[in-house]
Design a protein around this ligand. Structure first.
Ligand code: RP5
Length: 163
């Protein structure tokens, strides 16, 4: 486990990794330590259960889980922890991510998963950081700076001149 990891990023398959780079890059930019694992809820359920317990013991506070197709990974993680779980539906399948989106967002009452848009790994990382920032003023300041830089980039865009 990465020392000091506060976020665990779990993907259902290696094929999810390229999209999830946006999440790990964002966490790195914000100075949030994370652990990245490839664990399928269907193919390796015992390993997943063990990892969730290890991650909790190590101090992981937020789980980010990316999955496509049946996309049960975020929900299964949520069934094993009361720490926040953020689900990222992945493109692919018969309806190119809509199947995964509905699977992840339609959790039964009592076991919530916060779901971001299809493939929106960046928002998953930002949401995880926002949760952590509630007890970390330095991280909160970095998030405010990130928002300001985002707004500034729009103001600096030459296509906005004179607006
Ligand atoms: C899900 O099925 C994974 O999260 C991935 O998005 C999708 C396809 O997985 P592979 O067939 O590439 O392993 O479990």
């Amino acid at each position: 486990m990465t020392p000091g990891a506060r976020v665990a990023v779990i993907v259902g398959s290696r094929s999810d990794l390229p999209v999830m780079e946006a999440a790990t890059d964002t966490l790195r930019d914000l100075g949030v330590a994370f652990e990245l694992r490839v664990i399928s809820a269907h193919r390796a359920p015992a390993l997943l259960e063990r990892f969730i317990a290890e991650a909790e013991d190590a101090g992981v506070t937020v789980f980010i889980a990316a999955a496509g197709l049946a996309a049960h990974l975020p929900g299964v993680i949520a069934s094993r922890t009361t720490r926040p779980v953020i689900g990222v539906p992945m493109k692919g399948g018969v309806s190119d991510g809509l199947d995964a989106l509905l699977s992840i967002v339609q959790m039964p009452k009592g076991v919530p998963v916060a779901t971001v848009g299809v493939g929106n790994a960046t928002n998953a990382a930002l949401l995880a950081a926002q949760v952590l920032a509630q007890s970390d003023p330095d991280l909160a300041a970095r998030l405010i700076a990130h928002r300001q830089a985002q707004a500034q980039a729009i103001l600096d865009d030459p296509t906005n001149a004179g607006a």
